[in-house]
Design a protein around this ligand. Structure first.
Ligand code: SAH
Length: 237
């Protein structure tokens, strides 16, 4: 198995495999933020129809399916094999043709460099031992001039209070043990890793989530907790 993987993380997401498509279950927040993520992609990438898209760390395919419904040709990868199995089963039931593979980002990049118009890597970097290697693999997967969009969680006292104390303990919005504070990533760190991988970080945008109304929205200037980053691979690199 690829060295850049935390077996405990994979076990955690495999255990939840049957719950990916329960919109009221433990993955509810991913379903609730999904339209906001799509809006961000449309705003920065444009029309998604016809694009070749890689969804890195796709889990049960919540984002992959939305991208396929938007008319994209989607490859979804994840190392949680039970999640991939659940993703395949759900896509088939929905009549969606999505190429799901249980491979590491680094391995897909070795086989399919420069192949995708857009690479999405959402809520995944905060679960891997070496996010820089995944960021670099995402850059390699993108075609020259192609788009790479990340989303992850900032690291500061507020994000600790919201994502660990609030979301996992007080409100039980996400299963306990989902997130580890030390793995959260500051926007400056993500931008630097992106630059090191040959990507230009063009935009950073916060994503707010109201736990009472369960409503998510883009908040361009509030990157304190959840945020997205739009990058592009250089036209000649
Ligand atoms: N991107 C999806 C799922 C996010 S949950 C969405 O936003 O809807 C985080 C996912 O990252 C899980 O499915 C987990 O299995 C996956 N993951 C964690 N470490 C990984 C690794 N090293 N390689 C590939 N996927 C990984």
């Amino acid at each position: 198995m690829n060295a850049n993987v935390d077996a405990e993380e994979i076990r955690h997401f495999d255990q939840l495999a049957q719950a990916w498509w329960d919109v009221h279950g433990p993955m509810a927040t991913l379903h609730e933020i999904n339209p906001v993520r799509l809006a961000y992609l449309r705003r920065h990438v444009g029309n998604l129809a016809g694009l070749r898209i890689a969804d890195v760390g796709c889990g049960g395919g919540i984002l992959s399916e939305a991208l396929a419904r938007a008319g994209a040709t989607v490859t979804g990868i994840d190392l949680a094999t039970d999640a991939i199995a659940a993703a395949r089963q759900h896509a088939q039931a929905e009549g969606l043709d999505i190429d799901y593979q249980a491979v590491a980002a680094e391995d897909l990049a070795a086989r399919h460099a420069t192949s995708f118009d857009l690479v999405c890597c959402m809520e995944m970097l905060e679960h891997v031992p070496d996010p820089g290697a995944v960021i670099s693999a995402c850059a390699t997967l993108a075609r020259r001039g192609g788009h790479v969009v990340f989303s992850t969680i900032n690291r500061n006292p507020k994000s600790f209070a919201f994502m660990i104390v609030g979301a996992e303990y007080a409100l039980r919005l996400v299963p306990r043990g989902t997130h580890e504070y030390a793995k959260f990533i500051r926007p400056s760190e993500l931008a630097e890793s992106a630059r090191n991988a040959g990507l230009a970080a063009l935009d950073v945008c916060g994503m707010r989530y109201n736990p009472i109304t369960r409503h998510a929205s883009l908040a361009p200037r509030d990157v304190d907790v959840n945020y997205l980053m739009h990058c592009r691979r250089g036209p000649t690199e």
